[in-house]
Design a binder for this molecule. Structure first.
Ligand code: F2R
Ligand code: MG
Ligand code: MG
Length: 312
């Protein structure tokens, strides 16, 4: 289990770092950069991992969700050079200027709130910490998303990603079984329809063309155009490496779809299954790979203490 906790967080950071140099590229351009080798280029992570670190730090400090504290972590960790989405940047600016974390995100996008994938890309700590408690997982996914993403589709995408990670932690189901559980879990019709499309992909005898995957599931910055793509990338592969390479190879929001696929795959296969050369290349430093692994270990130990307290 400890390896699954650390695997989800390191896996997310590795997927982010692999996708980062080609974010926004077409499928063809990604292929011209990575060729057949898929060597990690720089190992530098982006906003996806920086925000995931904030989620983990806050869950550890509070042994659960605390909105004000989590928002403060996001602001303290914020480094504009990591490439934040405009909505998240604006929400954090508003909170840092004194607005409540409950109100700031509601003002974005003409009052609609954001449905970007910024809440889903950072959700791995919630998925591993509440892997055995669906109600708390859903509640914490929605609340932690709300700090920057108040649109229903942004929150639901984060909950779906967290639940995918939880199922991967449990390791009971993959493919059809996983899709069935995801379809029952997710409340919004947009996501139910995307999961039906994934089911249809698996009913086909031949491998689905990548262009069809992009047009049907998406490869963009919207949560509904990226979370289902990460789930599909995980399910169709038989290893961590194949899953993340496939996710990034689609082009588009490569760091984020890479991060989300890496989180699910790391939770399923465990940290040992992540290619060593990728982990070695992942950035070090104060909040680098050793720190990210430590966050996973801390979440594991706190989870164990809470389970023992509750008589597991
Ligand atoms: N920002 C980037 N990448 C671009 C710059 C990277 C460059 N390499 C650099 O280093 O500078 N990536 C990061 O942003 C994405 C996550 O975004 P987030 O946090 O969800 O932001 P936002 O702005 O809330 O949503 C993203 C876009 O989705 C559309 N959108 C969202 N809600 C909408 C609504 N209600 N109506 C219309 N459109 C909406 C907008 O286009 C948003 O800008 C990740 O890729 C992360 O890696
Ligand atoms: Mg990013
Ligand atoms: Mg991105």
């Amino acid at each position: 289990m400890k390896s699954k906790f650390t695997g989800a967080l390191i896996g997310s950071a590795v997927g982010d770092a692999l996708g980062a140099p080609v974010e926004g590229y077409s499928m063809k351009k990604v292929s011209s950069v990575y060729g057949k080798d898929w060597k990690m280029i720089s190992g530098r992570y982006t906003d996806d991992t920086e925000m995931m670190i904030g989620v983990a730090e806050s869950l550890i400090e509070n042994k659960g969700f605390n909105g004000e504290d989590m928002a403060t972590r996001f602001i303290e960790n914020y480094n504009p050079k990591r490439g934040y989405g405009p909505g998240s940047k604006e929400a954090l600016r508003r909170i840092s200027e004194g607005e409540s974390w409950k109100e700031a995100s509601k003002k974005l996008f003409g009052g609609m709130g954001s449905y970007g994938n910024g809440a889903a890309m950072r959700i791995a700590p919630v998925g591993i910490f509440y892997y055995d408690d669906i109600d708390r997982l859903r509640e914490t996914a929605y609340k932690s998303s709300h700090i920057t993403h108040s649109h229903e589709l942004g929150k639901e995408g984060a909950a779906l990603q967290a639940f995918s990670i939880a199922l991967a932690m449990q390791g009971r189901v993959k493919k059809e079984g996983m899709l069935l559980e995801l379809k029952e879990f997710v409340e919004n019709e947009v996501y139910k329809e995307k999961i039906r499309k994934i089911e249809m992909f698996f009913e086909k005898v031949a491998e689905v063309d990548k262009k069809e995957v992009i047009s049907e599931l998406g490869s963009g910055e919207e949560a509904f155009n990226s979370v289902p793509t990460a789930i599909y990338s995980f399910i169709r592969a038989d290893s961590f490496k194949d899953a993340v390479v496939y996710a990034v190879s689609l082009g588009g929001d490569t760091d984020t779809i890479g991060a989300m696929t890496g989180a699910i795959s790391g939770a399923y296969y465990g940290e040992e299954a992540i290619p060593k050369e990728w982990v070695e290349r992942l950035e070090g430093g104060k909040k680098g790979k050793r720190y990210i692994r430590w966050l996973g270990e801390e979440l594991y130990h706190i989870k164990l203490q809470l389970m023992q307290r509750d008589g597991w």
